[in-house]
Write a protein that binds this ligand. Structure first.
Ligand code: PEP
Ligand code: MG
Length: 889
């Protein structure tokens, strides 16, 4: 195998092998763009190293060959004393992990070659500054020396000279600092800073490999659901310098605005600086448009390159560039991260530009992004106290208590507080605080600062660069213009779409996207903004493409109507237990307590008209669309009072010698019905089999409601669903009784009702005997909540709060199987049961109504295994429609 690729040998499709950065450097090189020459060590080499602890045997020689070629091309040798070639060693995984892994710049500098660099550059100060940066970066990332020691030494040097910024240190100062830094390395790492340039490079390569498994990187991958076994590539790139004077500089840019999608000039530029200075948000940048004034030639060339890149990648790109003494160099490009709203707008814009088609457009957005757009925003009418305005870095409306460090953010959020993490700027060490916070606010840095990039990636609200805020992290407070002091714990509201920062809690209003789905805002109307228009069009693309139908889990007419507005094509699950609560509880109690058949029938008779009315309303709301009604499922004790509460009531009444006969009977019933494992007890079809008349009452209510709707010229399409079936015999008995009741209602009303009867598949046994069960079922609906519970043996009510965190941390699964379908286990049962069911009954209708029905990844799976529909809560319907469309592309 080949472990090294020159930039001229790769291309953008080799991300698995070359990582994102390496693949795109190669692509740009081959496009003829000015990329400093270099080569990439593959992720395969990294994987070998991570698996065995040793680099592949062939790697060293291959690197030597590619280094030779690079040296030839550049006309200088790595670390050569009089005319050194310097290189950067950068990580670059398949998926971008901003700031999570290591990078070392200026490799090749030594006590000798620093002189050569000074000569090359004609600048002593620059050479010594580069050398001290190398020792600092190398010491920290490769040799594991505490970075603060270098920072402190740097601070001391400035203090000694009574200056405040690095640039005021001259060559002599920096030379002294180099000596100091080398001492720190020696003392802390127990070895000298390596003077051999090749040794520097080899150690840096290894350090980059190792950084794949750094704590930060692991946390980020878990959060972003990036697999842990991909490994990182390593890019060795000849150095160009943005810090060689005012005609040099470095910047980042987007080919479009990553927040709105608009075309234009978006980016930041920092004169006389190296790339790391921009990303770290340490010095304040100027808007990219300023570059036109500073260096028109480079600016024009950059604009040209950005256009080339957009047309080539057919997407928004972000880039890093450096200008070395008036010469422009491209250091990186990739398809840029963007906000959810921009993703939708850009996708439709690109369709309009003829760059991509509808199918491709669907690949450019995700259901998760759509879900994000459906979050509420701040109420513009609300009385608010705006105290500052920063850069709108990642949209959303976040309210929480101000905290000034990551540790507190995590601690407070664990105890249920919502927090806003306030920092001057963030760095990778702040990652867990950022995850814990509702939103992130910084006083320094631009749209491409660490805070902004990471927050956008996480879909978290972020306002950055709010320069009017004086953040004092040591004293855990910040001062806003006018002098008001915000202490830790004070409420703040930040708007990531406008960059505005408010004191106190600002009320929120629904998102325009929800208003659109609700039918209160129309695309094309004057008030419709571009976002609504884009969402509207993308939904149409998805609806045209998708094969899966989307239904709603809804129990009442109100939810059903909303679901319909959101595009539901029916109800996939109406849980009837909600119809047994509230003021009907008393009737249900009487039913449960009934001693005689007559008493029981009396309660059922009273429940019947109430149930019927519920169904009439539901059928009306869903007229013309299928409505699947599930007969009662939960264990009966759920309808009785809490055992402890009731015991206390009885004991109190007893001690006060008050009458308590009813309570006592109730208590006895609660005891009688008490189960150790109610989830595995008397519930679902089992209830229907042991409580005479219960299911038939429900069937009668459904049938009579349907007949009534028909009489009113409606088009009711009811489907009756039996829960928790484990064997076909259960279903047969219930079915027989139901058929009889339906026949009675049909006879009485003189109509044919066409009521389908089907079952849930939510027990392993049902899935395993699906072929038999299909004999008695006209449809299956997979209850993946219970199926997950019973396949894994995980109590769905307990495990997420008890040990799932440990499971997630240890990587046993990347996401809860109650959230995303476990394809290998639960999913394979679904697939097999679907096949077996269809083998028995080719026109068997197949759906899913567990929570997974609205989960993007699961929707793709259900598409693949050939289900007919997914059913999910009303608010997730647009997401399911979109993902069903994406799955079909
Ligand atoms: C299921 O088990 O997946 C299901 C939809 O039913 P419930 O959540 O009501 O048990
Ligand atoms: Mg269930």
């Amino acid at each position: 195998v080949k472990f090294v690729y020159d930039f001229t040998e790769g291309n953008k499709d080799l991300k698995d092998l070359l990582g994102g950065k390496g693949a795109n450097l190669a692509e740009m090189t081959n496009l003829g763009l000015p990329v400093p020459p270099g080569f990439t060590i593959t992720t395969e080499a990294c994987k070998v190293y991570l698996d065995s602890g040793e680099e592949p045997a062939a790697l060293r020689d291959e690197v030597s060959a590619y280094l030779d070629a690079l040296e030839q091309k550049m006309g200088k040798k790595l670390g050569q004393p009089d005319n050194p070639l310097l290189v950067s060693v950068r990580s670059g995984a398949k998926f971008s992990m901003p700031g999570m892994m290591d990078t070392v710049l200026n490799i090749g500098l030594s006590d000798k070659s620093v002189q050569g660099l000074a000569k090359q550059a004609g600048d002593d100060r620059f050479a010594w500054d580069s050398y001290r940066r190398l020792i600092q970066m190398f010491g920290k990332t490769v040799l594991g020396v505490d970075g603060d020691l270098f920072e402190d030494a740097l601070d001391k040097a400035k203090e000694a000279k009574k200056v405040t910024v690095d640039t005021e240190l001259d060559a002599a100062d920096l030379k002294k600092l180099v000596t100091r830094f080398k001492k720190i390395v020696k003392a802390e790492a127990g070895r000298d800073f390596p003077q051999d340039p090749r040794e520097q490079m080899d150690l840096a390569i290894k350090a980059v490999f190792d950084s794949w498994n750094g704590e930060r990187a692991k946390l980020y991958r878990r959060q972003e659901r990036i697999p842990h076994d991909l490994g990182t590539a390593v890019n060795i790139c000849s150095m160009v310098f943005g810090n060689l004077g005012p005609d040099s500089g470095t910047g980042v840019a987007f080919t479009r605005d990553p927040a709105s999608g608009h075309q234009g000039v978006y980016g930041d530029y920092l004169q006389n600086a190296q790339g790391e200075d921009v990303v770290a948000g340490i010095r304040n940048t100027v808007p990219l448009a300023e570059l036109e004034r500073i260096d028109k030639k480079s600016y024009d060339q950059l604009m040209q390159i950005m256009e080339t890149l957009e047309n080539h990648y057919k997407d928004l790109c972000d880039i890093e560039f450096t200008i070395e003494r008036g010469r422009l160099w491209m250091l990186q490009t990739r398809v840029g991260k963007r906000t959810a709203g921009a993703a939708f707008r850009i996708a439709t814009q690109l369709v309009d530009q003829g760059l991509i088609d509808e199918a491709e457009a669907l690949q450019r957005v995700t259901g998760a992004q759509l879900a994000q757009l459906m979050f509420p925003r701040f109420d513009e009418q609300a009385k608010v106290e705006q105290v500052a305005r920063g850069i709108a870095a990642s949209p959303g409306a976040a309210v929480g208590k101000a905290v000034f460090d990551s540790y507190t953010a995590v601690k407070w959020s664990r105890s249920g507080e919502k927090v806003i993490l306030v920092r001057r700027e963030t760095n990778p060490d702040d990652l867990d605080g950022m995850i814990a916070a509702e939103g992130i606010l910084t006083s320094r840095g631009g749209k491409t600062s660490h805070a902004a990039v990471v927050a956008r990636g996480m879909g978290k609200t972020c306002v950055c660069g709010a320069e009017d805020l004086e953040v004092d992290t040591k004293r855990r407070r910040m001062t806003v213009p006018g002098g008001h002091v915000v202490e830790e714990g004070d409420l703040l509201s930040i708007d990531g779409s406008t960059g505005k920062v408010y004191l106190g809690e600002v009320p929120v209003v629904p998102s325009p996207v929800v208003e659109y789905f609700e039918g209160r805002m129309h695309p094309g109307a004057d008030d419709a903004d571009e976002l609504v228009e884009a969402v509207h069009r993308m939904m149409a693309f998805a609806d045209r493409k998708r094969r899966l139908r989307v239904r709603a889990n809804a129990d009442n007419a109100e939810d059903a109507l909303r679901a319909r507005r959101f595009g539901a094509q029916g109800i996939g699950l109406c849980r009837t237990e909600h119809m047994f609560l509230g003021d009907r509880r008393e009737l249900v109690e009487r039913l449960i307590l009934a001693d005689t058949q007559a008493e029981r029938e009396e309660s059922l008779k009273q429940l019947l008209p109430l149930q019927k009315q519920d169904f009439v309303e539901l059928f009306e709301a869903m007229d013309g669309l299928p409505v699947t009604i599930r007969l009662l499922d939960p264990p009966l004790h759920e309808f009785l009072p809490d055992i402890t509460e009731l015991s206390v009531r009885v004991a109190l009444a007893e001690s006060r010698q008050e009458p308590h006969e009813n309570e006592l009977r109730l208590l006895q019933a609660v005891h009688r019905l008490h189960e150790q494992n109610p989830m595995l007890g008397l519930r679902g079809v089992r209830l229907g089999l042991v409580i005479p008349g219960l299911f038939t009452m429900q069937v009668r209510a459904i049938a009579e409601a349907a007949a009534e709707r028909k009489a009113a010229k409606g088009d009711p399409r009811a489907e009756i669903m039996i829960p928790l079936v484990g064997t076909v015999q259960e279903l047969e008995i219930v079915r027989e009784e139901a058929d009889q009741v339906i026949a009675e209602v049909e006879a009485a009303s003189g109509t044919h009702l066409k009521l389908a009867i089907g079952t849930m598949i939510e027990l392993p046994r049902a899935a395993l005997t699906a072929g038999q069960i299909a004999e008695a079922a006209e449809f299956f609906s997979f209850g993946t909540n219970d199926l997950t519970q019973t396949v894994w043996g995980f109590s769905r009510d307990d495990v997420e709060a008890s040990f799932f965190t440990a499971y997630l941390e240890r990587g046993i699964f990347g996401v809860s199987p109650f959230e995303t379908i476990d394809k290998d286990g639960v999913g394979s049962l679904v697939k097999a049961a679907a096949q077996a069911g269809r083998a028995t009954r080719p026109d068997l209708k197949l759906g899913v109504c567990g929570e997974h029905g609205g989960d993007p990844e699961s929707v793709h799976f259900f598409h693949e295994v050939g289900l007919d529909y997914v059913s999910c809560s009303p608010f997730r319907i647009p997401v399911a429609r979109l993902e069903a469309g994406r799955a079909a592309v």
